[in-house]
Design a protein around this ligand. Structure first.
Ligand SMILES: [Zn+2]
Ligand SMILES: [Zn+2]
Length: 369
């Protein structure tokens, strides 16, 4: 397995701190269906009014229970595509969980780029954009037990852009604080070792305090084993073979897509890229192709200068339809969607489907395929 610059990094010795570290606690991601618990105002008073009041209260409670059941059901990860139908048969050993579809454009309903491929209960993350750990926790609470914090031990990075890496510190530290005892293994382009080292250096006092203070945290779970990769087979175990292939993303010298071969599925993740022959070669005949995309209206809304940048960095809906026609995946999943605010999921699906007749899903946070 070709790889470059393998390195284990551990923090240097420093003196113990005198002050406790206070971690910011972020609330769990808000379910879009959560119930607004505003106080209910009763207006009826008096004798008969009390009977009516009790009846109203009971009806209200029944309503709340039904609404809660609906909200809970709606927030459970679904293996259904955006059209509400099963788009690909379930696999007995492999699940794909979309943790984040986001882009640098901030959106409170979307999280940074991350996909979890789970094989025989072991998760393999691709990218770690902002919110990756929160989303793993949300998927765990919704029943994807493989995404327990202590299981987050291996990740693959497509490229160094912040919308794919801003969750890195969280991925290094939070699962460790919550019980991970193995170091995190990360495979990625040149720059990933420096990024690992700088994050650990920035947090070295807090890490040391957790290990040497009253917490007595595990002395290994915070460590990062980073590998800077070349195209080709970069990782293999009993569950998966992972191949990296080069893609073209603006001025990046190193940006990768990944091909996962599991016992029952071939899954290809494009990363950020314009159409490339390397992706065509690796995705042809795959089971699931998870590909970035922008809408034509979004592209046309930009200045010529911005259009030039995006045309050299990303893939349009029309280009993606052509890629899908050439590669023929069993299921195409759209991600990293760049669209106008007024555009709907269906608008983007329609653009792709106008030129591609295979199965397409609009990737959403916590979709499971
Ligand atoms: Zn991106
Ligand atoms: Zn990018």
């Amino acid at each position: 397995m070709p790889s470059l610059n393998y390195r284990c990094y551990a923090i240097p010795e420093i003196s113990a701190l005198r002050h406790p570290l206070i971690l910011g606690v972020t609330p769990p991601p808000q379910c879009p269906h959560s119930i607004d618990k505003k106080p209910f105002a009763y207006t009826m008073m008096g004798g008969e009014g009390r009977i009516s009041l009790n009846l109203h209260r009971k009806l209200f409670h029944i309503f709340i229970v039904l609404l809660t059941l609906y909200a809970g059901w709606s927030c459970v990860p679904s293996d259904q595509g955006s059209a509400g139908t099963n788009l690909i048969p379930k696999s007995k050993d492999t699940q794909v969980v979309i943790l984040g579809t986001g882009t640098p454009n901030i959106n409170p309903r979307r999280f940074g780029a991350c996909v979890a491929i789970i094989v025989n209960g072991k998760p393999y993350l691709v990218d770690f954009g902002p919110g990756t750990v929160q989303q793993a926790s949300a998927a765990y609470e919704a029943g994807i037990k493989a995404l327990a914090m202590q299981n987050l031990t291996i990740a693959f990075l497509t490229h160094i852009h912040s919308d794919h890496t801003a969750g890195f510190a969280d991925l290094i530290l939070t699962p460790w604080i919550l019980g991970r005892t193995q170091p995190l293994r990360v495979f990625g382009p040149p720059g990933i070792i420096a990024m690992s080292n700088h994050i650990l250096s920035a947090y070295r006092r807090g890490i040391r305090m957790r290990i040497e203070g009253a917490e007595k945290a595990d002395p290994s779970g915070y460590k990062v084993f980073s590998e800077e990769i070349k195209p080709g087979l970069i990782y293999e175990d009993d569950n998966v073979k992972v191949k990296a292939f080069p893609v073209k993303h603006g001025a990046f010298q190193y940006a990768f897509g990944y091909r996962f071969e599991t016992p029952s599925r071939i899954i290809v993740i494009s990363g950020d890229t314009i159409p490339t022959e390397s992706l065509i070669a690796n995705a042809t005949g795959c089971d699931i192709l998870i590909h970035e995309v922008y809408s034509m209206a979004w592209f046309q809304s930009h200045s010529p200068k911005d259009q030039k940048y995006h045309a050299s960095s990303h893939t349009s809906s029309l280009e993606l339809a052509e890629i899908a026609n050439r590669t023929r995946p069993r299921l195409l999943v759209l991600t990293h969607q760049l669209m106008q605010p007024e555009e709907t999921e269906q608008d983007l699906l329609n653009e792709v489907r106008r030129h591609y007749k295979g199965k397409v899903a609009y990737g959403r946070e916590l979709n499971v395929f």
